[in-house]
Write a protein that binds this ligand. Structure first.
Ligand SMILES: [Zn+2]
Length: 64
């Protein structure tokens, strides 16, 4: 699920337990171990990109 923090920025959280901590390498929740689907991650990245565009924020590239 996608949350919005108090500043309006989107944050990706676990569908199962609602926590916002998950392992970005295995895409599983730290709390309950639920898998975060790639569709969910793509949806989040889209929302985040739209948010940054709207706010005029330039994000540093994430090192791979
Ligand atoms: Zn969870």
């Amino acid at each position: 699920m996608i949350f919005h923090n108090p500043r309006g920025g989107p944050e990706l959280g676990c569908d199962e337990c609602g926590c916002r901590w998950f392992d970005r390498h295995s895409n599983t929740c730290y709390e309950c171990g639920a898998t975060v689907s790639s569709e969910e991650i793509r949806a989040y990245q889209q929302v985040l990109a739209d948010f940054h565009k709207e706010k005029g924020i330039t994000v540093n590239a994430i090192p791979s």
